[in-house]
Design a protein around this ligand. Structure first.
Ligand code: GRF
Length: 188
């Protein structure tokens, strides 16, 4: 089974997926909307083909996603994993990949959706936050939840330390959930 990762930034989750020893799919493509993002270099170090497009070069989200869709179809991509992809998927992608697009988010959704979820939780002073893997829909970090893992916030915590612990959890949880969903999909 072939998959694509969509990312906009650093790519630590991309790397965690690539490093997983027995991933149940082949990541054949990185789609990136930010020319110059660090994840692009990471992809070449894993010999993963990159497809970099700047949404500003397109007249609409629909046109931008149509271009991506053509590439995904050419490469035979069946699954999409969003890993720090800082855009809301539009109708074009959602329709073509219904229930085939997962996302990872650094909070216990539905709490703290959107940007800076770690900072939001930290400032809110909650004792527990965490990580969510979910299928996407047309909303911002909404869509059916697949798995969640809690991360405690300690009284003496800093946002930086919390972020490190959350990312550690992400890097194990995401590839694990990807594998279990792909395997159960295969059984159906
Ligand atoms: C992760 O915290 C992920 O949950 C969120 O964006 C961040 C991406 O980090 N959606 P990285 O680019 O994978 O390092």
């Amino acid at each position: 089974v072939k998959a694509a990762v969509f990312a906009s930034g650093n790519g630590s989750n991309f790397e965690a997926i690539m490093k997983h020893e027995k991933l149940a799919c082949d990541v054949v493509l990185l789609v990136c909307d930010k020319p110059g993002a660090s994840v692009i270099e990471k992809a070449s170090s894993y010999s993963v083909q990159t497809f970099v497009l700047n949404p500003e070069d397109f007249e609409s989200k629909g046109k931008y996603e149509e271009e991506i869709l053509i590439k995904l179809e050419q490469e035979g991509v069946e699954w999409i994993f969003l890993a720090g992809y800082m855009r809301i998927a539009g109708e074009t992608l959602l329709h073509a990949y219904e229930r085939k697009i997962m996302n990872i988010h650094p909070s216990l959704l539905p709490a703290f959706p959107g940007k800076d979820a770690i900072g939001q939780a930290f400032r809110a002073g909650v004792a527990v936050t965490g990580v969510t893997v979910h299928f996407i829909d047309e909303g911002v970090d909404t869509g059916p939840i697949i798995a969640q893992e809690q991360v405690e916030i300690f009284p003496e915590d800093t946002e930086e330390l919390l972020k490190i612990r959350i990312q550690k959890v992400e890097h194990v949880l995401y590839p694990t959930v990807i594998n279990s969903i792909l395997l159960s999909d295969k059984m159906e």
